[in-house]
Write a protein that binds this ligand. Structure first.
Ligand code: SF4
Length: 409
């Protein structure tokens, strides 16, 4: 992108930046690195409109690294509940504890200020590190998220994604050499420049898809205004260069956007090759005579390391009968009644889930005090816990279990 187009981008951002709880009114003010870290982690895979309230609630409860580092995992999950991808919440807590442990004096905890240190922390990848370094510390560090990928793909007609495997361009010169010597604006030009160099017998290197995208991102960030370029591109991708029907007429970059000029915006970026996996299972809502519900932590297909309802893979239920797998959790002789409460659909990562929900009422002789024991063939540690039925909806911190519970309660 030329200095002129970056200037237009900044002007557009100053005029159009949305008010967001993690964005101060002064767009040039350095941000709180903790707030950048939390908001950017929440925004991964989740829309801004959803994150808004979660972020406000979170910052009230955990206003800084110190308070977060002292929290229990269950409390952190409670404030994350509904955002999905619970490994993100778990990693946030782990990182907070590490950062708190790094504090050398009684001063406030400080997020690290180098990419290397940040990327060594759980849950902080290249994107989040770049966001913290540029937005909070005003360093010339690049970011690359889905918004920037979409914009670069359209600006330069890149017909591949950063995640595409294999060698995108086989070449016989280094990317660094080409970058220094030639002005390139498209991947094809880059490939061509590299091929040209190969005839001069220069060193062999392979340029991979993600390197090309990161190279464009680094060029945008190679400026004292990196923080604004990065954030402006994220905003542009979210509000103007949208996945469907981009608003090109209002885009500050349309004069140089190849996909727009060629009338090919719908072709870029190319569709993701995503392989979804269907999974059908059964969720058990096991209720004891003293009105407690059995919860399991660990050893299950989904939702490891958090309380979830017992579940396992199964065929669709043609009749209401106790599945053999249910005896991993209870003794069949203790069952007083069985009811099929319905089915629900859910998604976890690439899994498209459909589950039957069975309510299993235990007889009076099976009090919750008689906890079931983990099965001997369990390959992961499993903890069973009986929770008050009246508090069940507020105890589970995952929508998978909540959807099943709501079918029965
Ligand atoms: S001109 Fe259109 S396609 Fe190109 S960057 Fe702008 S909004 Fe996206």
């Amino acid at each position: 992108m030329t200095p002129d187009s970056l200037k237009r981008l900044r002007e557009w951002f100053r005029a159009n930046a949305a008010e967001l709880p993690w964005r101060p009114a002064d767009l040039d003010a350095p941000r709180d690195p903790y707030a950048v870290w939390i908001s950017e982690t929440m925004l991964q895979q989740t829309q801004v409109s959803t994150v808004r309230d979660y972020f406000i609630r979170w910052m009230k409860q955990f206003p800084n690294v110190e308070t977060l580092a002292q929290a229990e995992e269950a409390e952190v999950f409670k404030y994350w509940q509904g955002l999905g991808y619970y490994s993100r919440a778990r990693n946030i807590l782990k990182t907070a504890k590490i950062v708190a442990g790094l504090r050398q004096s009684k001063g406030p905890c400080k997020m690290p200020e180098t990419r290397k240190e940040l990327e060594a922390l759980p849950g902080i990848g290249a994107y989040t590190a770049g966001a913290i370094l540029s937005l909070a510390y005003h360093q010339r560090e690049a970011i690359l998220d889905g918004n920037l990928v979409r914009i670069f793909s359209r600006l330069y007609e890149l017909d591949f994604l950063p995640t595409d495997k294999g060698k995108i361009i086989d070449c016989h010169a280094s990317l660094q050499e080409a970058r220094n010597d030639v002005q390139v604006s498209t991947a094809r030009e880059l490939a061509h420049a590299l091929e040209k160099r190969s005839s001069h017998g220069t060193k062999c290197n392979d340029v991979r898809a993600s390197e090309i995208y990161w190279e464009y991102a680094r060029k945008v960030a190679d400026s004292p205004k990196a923080y604004m370029h990065n954030e402006a591109l994220m905003e542009l991708g979210r509000t103007v260069c949208k996945t469907k029907s981009p608003l090109c007429e209002t885009c500050p970059l349309h004069k140089e956007c190849r996909a727009f000029l060629d009338g090919r915006t719908a072709e870029f970026p190319p569709a993701k090759k995503r392989t979804e996996k269907s999974w059908h299972g059964t969720v058990l809502v096991i209720e004891s005579a003293d009105e407690k519900i059995l919860a399991v932590n660990g050893g299950q297909k989904f939702l490891d390391k958090q309380l979830a309802l017992p579940h396992f893979e199964s065929a669709r239920h043609a009749t209401v009968a106790l599945p053999a797998k249910a005896e991993d959790y209870i003794n069949a002789d203790d069952v007083e009644s069985l009811k099929h409460c319905g089915t629900f659909r859910h998604s976890i990562t690439v899994h498209k889930i459909e589950c039957d929900v069975l309510h299993v009422q235990l007889s009076t002789k099976a009090k919750s005090a008689h906890l079931p024991k983990p099965t001997a063939n369990s390959d992961k540690p499993t903890v069973f816990e009986w929770i008050e039925k009246a508090k069940a909806l507020e105890t589970f911190a995952n929508s998978f279990s909540l959807k099943a519970l709501k079918k029965c309660l």
